[in-house]
Ligand binder design. Structure first.
Ligand code: ZN
Length: 281
């Protein structure tokens, strides 16, 4: 059984463009329609997923959040304004997640206990954020990417879910890292975002099957990745590649994954499993 997860944010809220929140109002809002596309796909396969929702989206589209919950999906938090955790201090982070959690819970009518950081920004510089998440009522975090990119990630971090030990203390919050396949010590990312869009489907299927021999995998996708009608902005070639490459392939690959694998919300994937504690340094 694998986890299917969706990070609910609009196309202009990603860190690809880094627009300040004060400019968000000027952009065309498309998250409702693109999230409905994903909900439709999941319902065709009768698969329930975990939706990590941005607090700003919950504030603007409460009826969308209610609908996600009503369709049986697990409701989770993706921060407030898609700010990188590495650019926030502990006080700012606590304030932002408290507000976001409240907004999402108000909209959905259910308690929110799962968190994912924008752009996988929990790492050695801010492992104390995990402690804050626990204090703020979160039971599961899915924010550590076990390989390094220019923006985030931790080379050599555990690939299996684990309870973090920080400064000698074992936390009760479970960390479910992004899914990668390690081949001879080298990480092969394939399970979401640009990696999923860029890689041939047969490689994705092979990698997820390899992962499935020892642990549950996790797929992640964003609503804007199924939105081919979104405005095309001028940006650096690298940003344009990361954001726009193969947007036309996302739905087809998800469709095949849903045919070839079994999926459930994260909470069901981890239920009744036991996990080790691992020291983070
Ligand atoms: Zn995000």
């Amino acid at each position: 059984m694998n986890a299917f997860t969706v990070d609910v944010e609009d196309w202009y809220q990603t860190n690809d463009f880094n627009f300040p929140v004060s400019r968000w109002e000027q952009f065309e809002d498309r998250v409702e329609e693109s999230t409905l596309t994903l909900l439709g796909l999941l319902s065709r396969y009768r698969v329930r997923a975990t939706f990590f929702i941005l607090g700003a989206v919950a504030q603007k589209h409460p009826s969308l959040i209610r609908r996600i919950a009503a369709e049986g999906h697990e409701i989770a938090c993706h921060g407030g304004y898609h700010r990188l955790l590495t650019e926030m201090n502990a006080g700012q982070f606590r304030e932002e997640i408290r507000e976001a959690k409240g907004r999402i819970e108000d909209a959905a009518g259910v308690e929110v206990r799962f968190f994912r950081a924008p752009s996988w920004t929990i790492g050695p510089a801010n492992y104390d954020m995990l402690q804050i998440l626990e204090e703020e009522g979160f039971a599961v975090d899915s924010s550590i990417q076990p390989f390094r990119t220019p923006l985030s990630g931790v080379a050599g971090a555990p690939v299996k879910p684990f309870y973090p030990i920080i400064a000698g203390k074992t936390l009760r919050i479970l960390e479910f890292p992004s899914t990668v396949l390690r081949i001879g010590g080298m990480p092969l990312p394939f399970s979401g975002g640009l990696y999923l869009r860029a890689m041939p489907y047969f490689v994705i299927r092979w990698a997820l099957r390899q992962v499935g021999r020892t642990r549950a995998g996790m797929v992640y996708v964003h609503p804007w990745e199924v939105d081919q009608g979104q405005p095309r902005l001028r940006a650096s070639p690298l940003i344009r590649f990361a954001h726009y490459y193969h947007l036309d392939r996302t739905i087809g690959k998800l469709d095949r994954l849903l045919q070839d694998f079994r999926f459930a919300p994260l909470g069901e994937v981890i239920r009744d499993q036991s996990y080790e504690a691992v020291e983070l340094i």
